[in-house]
Write a protein that binds this ligand. Sequence first.
Ligand SMILES: Cc1cc2nc3c(=O)[nH]c(=O)nc-3n(C[C@H](O)[C@H](O)[C@H](O)COP(=O)(O)O)c2cc1C
Length: 79
Amino acid sequence: MPIWWYVAPTIINAFLEQYDLSGKTLIPFATSGGSGIGRTNERLQPSCPKSNLLQGKTLNGRLSESELKKWLNELHIDK
Ligand SMILES: Cc1cc2nc3c(=O)[nH]c(=O)nc-3n(C[C@H](O)[C@H](O)[C@H](O)COP(=O)(O)O)c2cc1C
């Protein structure tokens, strides 16, 4: 998803609301013009109230492999 004004665009909320994502773990990742992922989770959580929404990240191509691995390790998910 892209970041628009420091959050995910509303179409992402609409997408989440169309599916039963209860009990699912969601990991947002985004492109942006340069800012971080901002208040994305705060705005997405009400659209997937029963999901485990983890801390996302902008993957803008400036991320090194070690930074990417660090993020994945912090998420505690199976890779
Ligand atoms: C309405 C609008 C708002 C945007 N707001 C932000 C923003 O707050 N921060 C940011 O870094 N990029 C922002 N962008 C840039 C988009 O995140 C970027 O275009 C998107 O990630 C897609 O990347 P691309 O244009 O290189 O394909 C915005 C773009 C649009 C169209």
